[in-house]
Write a protein that binds this ligand. Structure first.
Ligand SMILES: [Cu+2]
Ligand SMILES: [Zn+2]
Length: 197
């Protein structure tokens, strides 16, 4: 009987230690996996490009704002937040040059149009400028936000038809009608910010 008990104990011990051994191995694998995941996240963060800048009042307005561009996996996202606007709709475009030095914002030139198309609504078959972002609404307090995403832009790539760096964001007093040439008859330029890296 005693011998049998010892044999059973020995067997149990092997079973228990065996299990522990296996479990430890699994834990190690999980740890390794977690480490790999962390490395991937880090690399993605490094690859994501971000540009943040402010918009300054122009044409005697009180319109200022903040714009953030981020690029990830071929898509550029824009978030623009404006204050000091008249209530209602306003046009926002990318203009040719990151030069906001003039009082009326005209130092930025016309709409950024690297593909030599007509002015229009973004995505229109008849054509549109790569800077034709469109209109957004300001509330009764004069605050307005717009988000926009496209794979037709890039931040600092070699493609001149896509690279937004060196251009400017312009907000207008009026509404873009998407038809009038060459810039949608959106009125004076009330806020300006250069897209600079
Ligand atoms: Cu404009
Ligand atoms: Zn345009």
């Amino acid at each position: 009987m005693k011998t049998l008990k010892l044999v059973v104990l020995a067997f149990l011990s092997i079973a228990v230690f065996g299990c522990k051994g296996e479990k430890k191995e699994t834990t190690d694998q999980e740890n390794t996996k977690e480490n790999v995941d962390t490395t991937t996240d880090q690399e993605e963060e490094d690859n994501a490009k971000t540009l943040e800048f402010t918009l300054e009042p122009k044409s005697d307005s009180k319109v200022s704002g903040k714009v953030i561009f981020t690029e990830s996996e071929g898509m550029v996202n824009m978030i623009a937040e404006l204050t000091g606007l008249d209530e209602g709709e306003h046009a926002i475009h990318i203009h040719e040059k990151a030069d906001c030095s003039s009082a009326d914002g005209k130092s930025t030139g016309g709409h950024w149009n690297p593909t030599m198309e007509s002015h229009g609504k973004w995505g229109a078959k008849e054509g549109y400028h790569k800077g034709d972002i469109g209109n957004f609404k300001a509330d009764a307090s004069g605050n307005g936000n717009i988000t926009f995403a496209t794979n037709e832009w890039c931040i600092g790539c070699d493609d001149d038809k896509k690279n937004i760096v060196g251009k400017a964001i312009i907000v207008h007093k009026g509404i873009d009608d998407f038809t009038s040439q060459p810039s949608g008859a959106a009125g004076s330029r009330v806020s300006c910010g250069g897209i600079i890296q």
